[in-house]
Design a protein around this ligand. Structure first.
Ligand SMILES: Cc1ncc(C[n+]2csc(CCOP(=O)(O)OP(=O)(O)O)c2C)c(N)n1
Ligand code: SF4
Ligand SMILES: [Mg+2]
Length: 299
């Protein structure tokens, strides 16, 4: 047997198997590997995955790059499909955690109706959004998660609108747990996923997911980019308990926004207004700090 065949065979049990088609440096690949570490090798989830790069990852039937059962759903129905899996699992006495693994297009935009409905009913579902801030799979169009001024294939001069605050929307559903995950902060990532796995009801986790193809960044810099996003405050790392109580996990350290922006050509629009971005980042932090002061949270 060749060395590569041995490597592939020994990887068969992995949640994300070798030989998948994800681009090099894809945040989704890193996120799935961290998810597997949080679950432990022997615990397999049941996953509902809507249209997105994450379902292309699976590959062509009858093979799959996922080492776990996956139901491919329409954009609109991922949270409803997961609800069904969860309820049937409960009737059958199964204990595999039921998850959605969806992109920002499927979460912030096209799947938001069933996401909201499942959250409002507090279904026993762990919802992951890997947010690469574009419709990556179809050529990098803007989504409502795309940050302001950033170029995409449909905003060549830079997006006019601000990024939708999905965490605030999910918190407003008063779900038991919501958190942001940084692939550059492994311990914090694993702790939150492990905590979420102990909670019954609807849980929402969102990771900022580097996409070298759409962000026009270097694949080997993906984790560093997320570290910079956290340091300069663009991506706040925090959690919300019962939709009300806030805990900030990592605070910005004064790293200039330029350090994050200059490594991605999507931040190179002529209209780019880093001062404007800085103002909105500061505003977001003032709000977040205020929420944590007024309503501090812990497990
Ligand atoms: C209802 C519907 N509208 C549009 C599409 C086409 N489509 C397939 S994947 C995709 C983009 C998905 O974006 P996102 O959910 O962010 O995942 P990513 O591709 O970035 O991983 C689109 C628009 C579709 N499959 N179904
Ligand atoms: S286009 Fe982006 S999200 Fe999709 S597989 Fe490639 S790097 Fe990952
Ligand atoms: Mg996307």
């Amino acid at each position: 047997m060749t060395a590569m065949a041995t490597q592939v065979e020994s990887n068969c049990d992995a949640l994300l198997r070798a030989g998948n088609t994800n681009c090099a440096g894809c945040g989704m690949s890193i996120g799935l590997q961290l998810l597997e570490q949080a679950l432990g090798k022997d615990r397999k989830p049941l996953m509902a995955i809507p249209a997105c790069c994450g379902i292309v990852t699976a590959g062509a039937f009858p093979t799959s790059a996922y080492g776990a059962p996956v139901a491919a759903s329409t954009f609109a129905s991922a949270a409803a499909v997961a609800t069904g899996l969860s309820l049937v699992g409960e009737i059958n006495g199964e204990d595999a955690p039921v998850m959605v693994w969806a992109g920002d297009g499927g979460t912030y935009d096209i799947g938001v109706a069933t996401l909201s409905a499942a959250a409002e009913r507090n279904e026993n579902v762990l919802y992951f959004c890997y947010d690469n801030e574009i419709y990556g799979n179809t050529g990098g169009q803007r989504s409502s998660a795309t940050p302001e001024y950033v170029t995409t294939s449909t905003t060549p001069r830079g997006k006019a609108e601000r990024k939708k605050d999905m965490m605030a929307i999910m918190a407003a559903h008063r779900i038991p747990y919501a958190a942001t995950l940084s692939v550059a902060h492994r311990d914090d990532f694993l702790r939150k996923v492990r905590y979420a796995l102990t909670v019954k009801g609807f849980r929402f986790l969102v990771l900022l997911s580097p996409c070298p193809t759409g962000w026009k960044s270097e694949p080997q810099e993906s984790v560093d980019l997320i570290d910079l996003a956290v340091r300069c405050g663009v991506f706040p790392v925090f959690e919300v308990f019962d939709g009300m109580r806030y805990r900030i996990n990592v605070r910005p350290d004064g790293t200039p926004l330029e350090k994050y922006a200059e490594r991605q050509r999507r931040y190179a629009a002529a209209s780019m207004n880093l001062e404007g971005v800085r103002r909105h980042v500061a505003e977001q932090w003032a709000w977040l700090e205020g929420m944590e002061r007024a309503f501090p949270g812990s497990e």
